[in-house]
Design a protein around this ligand. Structure first.
Ligand SMILES: [Zn+2]
Ligand SMILES: [Zn+2]
Length: 267
């Protein structure tokens, strides 16, 4: 079974289930390793402006880490990694670097969820797509991903074509953007994530698209796998399809992390 390195918990304010419930499902499905990667506190905003429905509060972070440590000790036969999902906000790189340095994460998933302050993956803000030029949005999105890949902050770029989430598809040929982005990941020495959450939203497709994943493979960008579960029953969701997607792109191995060092495992 592939390791699921992208699990959320009720701590973030918009997921359900505590860590024990995610672990129980992982065990039931026969996983040998998982990683929690809950949303990092909204470091780019003053504490008073942070939305408790989007991410944990900063004072929760030590408790999050302590919970993972406790569960690592309590669970034999299941490897549990300590990850975190961190938003990439251009101009706030130093704040994020300072925050990440203070904690012993095994890995950091880097995510682009905002374009110029617009949370484009937020279902409450989906109307904004109708006011935008979708091709232009895709250009902006992938440029932001490339910047994130080169920022030296992240181990993995999560859901690397999240901009397709609500089914607004570019009319232009995306090949060039995909290739630039794959190259940026290689140059920035980051992995990319095959994320099955795309199957559960209007996009109806794993992140990233197969064309994009094949280019990542060509540029020798390593991969991780994640369900992005926000409910315990979604642990390892779509796992057969994730494996097929990886094999179709030519991958034969994937990576996990310990103290921010990669370990390669066969697919
Ligand atoms: Zn979330
Ligand atoms: Zn995300």
């Amino acid at each position: 079974m592939l390791p699921d390195l992208h699990l959320h918990t009720s701590r973030c304010g918009h997921a359900t289930g505590d860590m024990e419930e995610y672990i129980a499902v992982a065990r039931y499905r026969g996983l040998k390793s998982i990683g929690f990667a809950d949303h990092v506190p909204m470091y780019w905003l003053p504490p008073g402006e942070r939305d408790p429905a989007l991410a944990m509060a900063e004072e929760e972070l030590p408790r999050y880490i302590e919970s993972v440590r406790r569960l690592q000790r309590a669970n034999t036969g299941l490897t549990i990694y300590l990850g975190i999902e961190a938003d990439y906000i251009p101009g706030c790189e130093d704040q994020l670097r300072t925050l990440l340095c203070r904690y012993p994460f095994d890995y950091v998933l880097g995510s682009v969820h905002y374009l110029g302050g617009w949370g484009f993956d937020n279902p409450d803000l989906v109307q904004e797509y109708t006011r935008r030029d979708v091709d232009e949005l895709y250009r902006q999105y992938f440029q932001m991903v490339q910047q994130a890949a080169r920022a030296g902050l992240f181990d993995v770029i999560a859901h690397p074509d999240l901009i397709k989430k609500f089914g607004y598809r570019a009319r232009m040929d995306l090949r060039e953007l995909y290739e630039e982005t794959a190259r940026a990941c290689a140059e920035g020495d980051v992995c990319i994530e095959v994320n099955t959450a795309g199957l559960r939203v209007p996009a109806g497709e794993i992140y990233p698209s197969l064309d994009f994943l094949k280019l990542c493979r060509r540029y020798q960008v390593p991969v991780t796998v994640g369900s992005d579960a926000h409910q315990p029953h979604l642990v390892a969701y779509g796992w057969d399809r994730a494996r097929d997607w990886l094999l179709a792109a030519g991958y034969r191995e994937l990576v996990v992390f310990r103290e921010r060092r990669r370990e390669v495992i066969p697919l």
